[in-house]
Design a binder for this molecule. Structure first.
Ligand SMILES: CSC[C@H]1O[C@H](OP(=O)(O)O)[C@H](O)[C@@H]1O
Ligand SMILES: Nc1ncnc2[nH]cnc12
Length: 292
């Protein structure tokens, strides 16, 4: 059994992880590009925890400008087995109000300009995204939220738009009519890449606004979003601390098979694989390539 290592990706308003102890910074390099920031590696209780600020410290990176492959690759190199993705989001439902945490279990990818796979010509692989969130990890997050008395709702669909502009009124009404619950700009391709890397992924979608569909609320405004995101960040830190303190020492098998996502997924015959691409995949595919 592998040792469990918790990764935390901090989104808008979350550039640090209070509660992380024995912290050291490590700027791990990646053959895929430039990660958003140096990793902050430490522990909470007995659990090793690795923190990455998705937009970089100082929020330098736009959702479209983040190198999601480099981020997931360096987390994999740091030994991360489970990622908790913290994200600000807009809501399409009256009952999902600013301040509430939504544990989404589905994603709709509406991004257009992002590289969304580690694989390609020379090493073709197809992993399942039917159940993108690890149910076991999500259950632990739910239990931690309840223990900390943080308002949380389990289940929901997060639609990921390209951004950086917020949606038009017509788009907002369309997403709402489609039955989507929340909207953000970052969880895709992040969740897809985590799955390819065989890292279990779960999002805490922290509602900051009602997007622009709501007749009694103004259109999204960054200053208002940031104010709610800051308040959410303190709650998120409490939740993550509890989650980490109660986390198992060894990685648990994932019912969604995120820990074995690459089993049988690579279609390119060994003799036809591109050595240069395989070299870049050394961390992502370590488990299956070791099997030959
Ligand atoms: C400041 S609101 C827009 C911004 O916030 C969210 O990012 P993250 O998921 O990293 O919290 C949203 O997706 C946008 O990138
Ligand atoms: N309304 C919204 N649309 C997209 N991303 C967001 N992040 C926070 N609020 C958002």
């Amino acid at each position: 059994m592998a040792k469990a290592v918790l990764g935390v990706i901090g989104g808008s308003g979350v550039y640090d992880l209070p509660g992380l102890e024995d912290v050291r910074e490590e700027a791990i390099t990646s053959p895929w590009g430039e990660p958003s920031d140096a990793l902050r590696i430490g522990r909470i209780g007995q659990t090793p925890v690795v923190f990455l600020a998705r937009h970089g410290r100082g929020h330098r990176l736009s959702p479209s400008g983040i190198d999601y492959r480099a981020n997931i690759d360096v987390l994999k190199r740091a030994g991360v087995t489970d990622i908790v993705a913290l994200s600000a989001c807009g809501s399409f439902r009256q009952e999902l109000y600013p301040g509430l945490f939504v544990l989404v279990d589905q994603f709709v990818d509406r991004t257009v300009g992002r590289t969304s796979s580690f694989f390609g010509n020379g090493c073709v692989a197809h992993v399942s995204m039917a159940h993108p969130v690890g149910p076991g990890l999500q259950a632990r997050i739910l239990a931690a939220a309840e223990a900390e008395e943080i308002a949380v709702r389990k289940g929901g669909t997060y639609v990921c738009m390209e951004g950086p502009q917020f949606s038009s009124y017509a788009e907002s009404l369309t997403y709402k009519a489609q039955g989507y619950d929340v909207i953000g700009m970052t969880n895709m391709p992040e969740a897809k890449l985590a799955r390819e890397a065989e890292i279990t992924y779960a999002t805490i979608a922290m509602v900051t606004d009602f997007d622009c569909w709501h007749p009694e609320h103004d259109a999204v405004d960054v200053a208002a979003v940031v104010a709610v995101a800051r308040a959410n960040a303190a709650k998120a830190a409490r939740l993550v601390s509890r989650l980490a303190r109660d986390f198992p020492a060894e990685r648990e098998p994932c019912p969604a098979r995120s820990d074995r996502a690459l089993d049988g997924a690579i279609m390119t015959a060994p003799g036809h694989r591109d050595p240069a691409l395989l070299a870049k995949l050394d961390a992502i595919c370590a488990r299956v390539l070791a099997q030959g």
